[in-house]
Write a protein that binds this ligand. Structure first.
Ligand SMILES: Nc1ncnc2c1ncn2[C@@H]1O[C@H](COP(=O)(O)OP(=O)(O)OP(=O)(O)O)[C@@H](O)[C@H]1O
Ligand code: NI
Length: 307
């Protein structure tokens, strides 16, 4: 069953120039993806590609100056602002990037109990702490007293007790102990195996692949490819988009081949394909027009040349 459907999501911000003139900068462009119950979809892409904006749009927590178009559907019904508010922290939960999202002045046990939607909050908090190997005494700690690993467990506890059907996990802060990252990923896999849909936002394609079913690759504010995780193998010949292949080949075990150039900023996008300036296969059609998204070999791609 499709839990989440994002269709043609476009987001722009009003910005003021020095002379107080208003300009609009479009930061997400016609972004589409879906997540089924029981599935982990990794959303990967470099800094500034639009991952967090996508998450915030789904949760309905974009800043007030954002203008949004396109459609969001949850369990077959349109996600209006009112419905987002009703479902947030209940059917749709965010696992934020860091403990900074917890209330610094409230003991973490209380914060987890406050997220419980059905049943006895004390019992639910005790059992979720046991499930994630948090000692009962940890409930009395404040966020600043947690180690990185404990913090991740508390954050995932909050989402778990909420009974959410869709979990949107923004990547753990880079620099987190690899063992802690693997543990957090395992917890998301468990939630998906219990029937949740999980959006796993990550910089780190390699670790995300260990638990994901499909991967959506973001570049300069749009999805350039959606691929089954199994396509990330060998020299990447099963992948569809040159950027995805370049990301794959940039990994140490695949030869560390660097990608030349940088992702263009939202305020200075090229007219055609945003990846064209960095792409070996780009020709005149690529620099003239932005490719539409199309289906290819069980995935999706935005590239004229992919076959
Ligand atoms: N409130 C805002 N006003 C204007 N532009 C914004 C705002 N929030 C984000 N942006 C821009 O939107 C783009 C996407 O930002 P986003 O935070 O989604 O990136 P990201 O992929 O999550 O990056 P990171 O990996 O660094 O977290 C960036 O170019 C950013 O500058
Ligand atoms: Ni982000």
């Amino acid at each position: 069953m499709t839990l989440l459907e994002v269709n043609g999501l476009t987001i722009s911000f009003t910005q003021y120039t020095r002379r107080l003139r208003q300009t609009r900068v479009q930061v997400l462009h016609g972004l589409s993806l879906s997540i089924a119950a029981g599935e982990i979809v990794a959303v990967v892409g470099s800094s500034g590609s639009g991952k967090s904006l996508l998450a915030h749009a789904i949760l309905g927590i974009l800043p007030g100056n954002a203008r949004v178009s396109g459609s969001l559907r949850f369990a077959g019904e349109e996600l209006t602002a009112a419905r987002q508010q009703a479902l947030r922290g209940r059917e749709i939960a965010l696992v934020p990037q860091s403990v900074q999202y917890l209330d610094p002045l409230m003991r973490v046990g209380r914060q987890v109990r406050d997220s419980v939607r059905t049943g006895d909050p004390d019992e639910a908090q005790r059992s979720v702490f046991a499930r994630y190997r948090l000692k009962p005494e940890a409930a009395r700690l404040f966020p600043f007293q947690l180690s990185g690993g404990m913090a991740r467990r508390v954050l995932v506890s909050t989402a778990t007790v909420s009974g959410a059907r869709l979990v949107v996990a923004d990547e753990p802060t880079p620099g987190l102990d690899p063992a802690v990252v693997m543990e957090a990923l395992g917890q998301f896999r468990e939630l998906a195996d219990e029937g949740c849909g999980v959006m796993l936002i990550s910089h780190d394609i390699e670790s995300a692949l260990t638990v994901s079913d499909r991967v959506a690759v973001l570049y300069a504010g749009t999805v350039v490819e959606i691929a089954p995780a199994a396509d990330f193998t060998g020299s990447g010949e099963g992948l569809r988009h040159p950027y995805t292949q370049a990301l794959w080949r940039a990994l140490p075990q695949n030869g560390f081949v660097p990608i030349r150039g940088t992702q263009p900023p939202a305020s200075a996008l090229p007219q055609g394909c945003p990846f064209a300036p960095r792409c070996d296969r780009a020709d005149a059609s690529c620099t003239a027009t932005q490719p539409e998204e199309r289906e290819l070999r069980g995935g999706k791609v935005r590239c004229f040349h992919a076959s």
